[in-house]
Unconditional design. Structure first.
Length: 168
């Protein structure tokens, strides 16, 4: 929101409720979208002039309005704790918060021995894991809603005594 300037009551259509809350706190008249780019399309397809899509370098979908990349998600290698969990024999819950994150983690988890319990935030994130040829999961449970809360709720409800590998 820093890059958008003061909200001053200007309208903002946000992909989900978390971003809408941040935009509202910054003074925008925020509308919360459904949580993913695909379902956001009906809200943005006929906006007319004057709108600008602030997005990352990597995005799930091109929207039908002018855009500017304002951040870049930098890929990072899995740390030693994550690699140790993947090499173990306890189940590892892997929440996948975007298609890009899913592809990055799939590559890092390629040699996992631990049973993987995937929790993709969306069908697109689940497909990205498959397309990146990530290891076959022992369990796969897509989040009920494409939000961090939906993924976290499902991750916590999966089981007790497992390791959660966060891919944010």
């Amino acid at each position: 929101m820093r890059l958008a300037g003061p909200g001053a009551g200007r309208p903002a259509i946000c992909v989900g409720p978390r971003t809408a809350a941040v935009a509202g706190a910054a003074g925008f008249r925020a509308t919360a979208g459904p949580g993913d780019a695909e379902r956001l399309m009906p809200l943005v397809q006929d906006l007319g002039p004057g709108w600008l899509h602030l997005h990352g370098v990597h995005r799930a979908r091109e929207l039908p309005l002018p855009g500017v990349a304002v951040y870049d998600q930098q890929a990072r290698a899995l740390n030693d704790a994550a690699l140790a969990a993947l090499a173990g024999d306890q189940p590892v819950i892997v929440p996948l918060f975007s298609p890009r994150s899913a592809a990055i983690v799939a590559d890092g988890a390629r040699h996992a021995r631990a049973p993987l319990w995937l929790v993709p935030i969306s069908a697109a994130a689940g497909r990205a894991w498959e397309n990146a040829q990530g290891p076959r999961p022992a369990r796969l449970s897509q989040a009920e809603t494409p939000t961090r809360r939906g993924s976290s709720r499902l991750s916590r409800g999966c089981c007790m005594g497992t390791i959660i590998l966060s891919a944010t």
